[in-house]
Design a binder for this molecule. Sequence first.
Ligand code: FE2
Length: 230
Amino acid sequence: MFRCLFFGVIALCAPVPSFAQVAPAPFTLPALPYATEALDPAIDATTMTIHHDKHHQAYVDALNKAVVADPSLAGRSLEALLAKASTLPPVVRNNAGGHWNHSFFWKTMAPAAQSGQPSAPLGAAIDRQFGSLAAFKVAFREAGTKRFGSGWVWLVVKADGTLAITSTPNQDNPLMDVADVKGTPVLGNDVWEHAYYLKYQNRRADYLDGWWQVVNWKTVSDRFAAARTR
Ligand SMILES: [Fe+2]
């Protein structure tokens, strides 16, 4: 389609893009909040680059493609999609989860020098629920190593305000209506092989142990405080 301006007998015409050509993709890949090498040696730069630039980008692209193809999904937020995961086609459920989980994951981490410690309220809640921070880490590792195949391990704040460790398969998460344990995630680790295999190969437990070096406890503590005030 062309739009023309007429100046006497002279017409200047230019193509007008269709709506489909100019409609913005509803979801976009967020930038990493640090350099790809910033988490080394816990997570190497090559893993970070492939994980973010290839895997996460693929979830975003597939989600956008699926949403554009299904008018009933238009305008829904990512969180709204997750809350109705049981009603979604698998391609939407998997890629909506993949996009949300990875966006959350990048912000859950920071360079080791900035990792910090849990806030006093979060530390007290962890002690109350798990006995100690060390015991919590052991339980978190156990949940991560027991996840068969691909998935995630989470620390969530449940509706009653208490903490729980849970694990979800594939790209599911505790915000989904299909989750066994529902709650607000404050911490989550990706135990898909693509998250660790280049450096750790089959040693998932070593990856889970090393990951504590780069947990952003300030962000996790802020999420905990926000979840408790809901
Ligand atoms: Fe991943």
